[in-house]
Design a protein around this ligand. Structure first.
Ligand SMILES: [Zn+2]
Length: 104
């Protein structure tokens, strides 16, 4: 994203150099056109990230990418001492066999 922003600023600088006598409206239009492009890229990027919340889970022991190990029951204890059972996708490390539930 940093790269796209730098490129946008470069393009605006070039535009400014080539349009020294541009009035405010023309400057605004040039900036708006660039911002619309960046806005679209940001939206696409954020939408993609939202699609895949459990993209990659890394084993805290050996830094290997963990594999899905199926849905498992997980019992949580609340502050009041009540038990809450939830079913979550468990991850398993194929190197050391460690299992964990991804956060969230
Ligand atoms: Zn491991």
């Amino acid at each position: 994203m940093k790269k796209e922003l730098d490129e946008m600023l470069n393009r605006l600088n070039q535009w400014e150099a080539a349009n020294r006598d541009a009035d405010l409206t023309q400057m605004e239009e040039a900036i708006d056109a660039e911002l619309a492009g960046i806005r679209q890229q940001l939206l696409e990027q954020m939408a993609r990230e939202g699609e895949n919340p459990e993209a990659r889970v890394v084993c805290p022991n050996c830094d290997q990418t963990m594999m899905k190990n199926g849905q498992k029951k997980r019992i949580l204890r609340t502050k009041n001492g009540d038990k809450v059972t939830i079913v979550r996708e468990q991850m398993r490390c194929h190197e050391c066999g460690m299992t964990l539930f991804p956060p969230g």
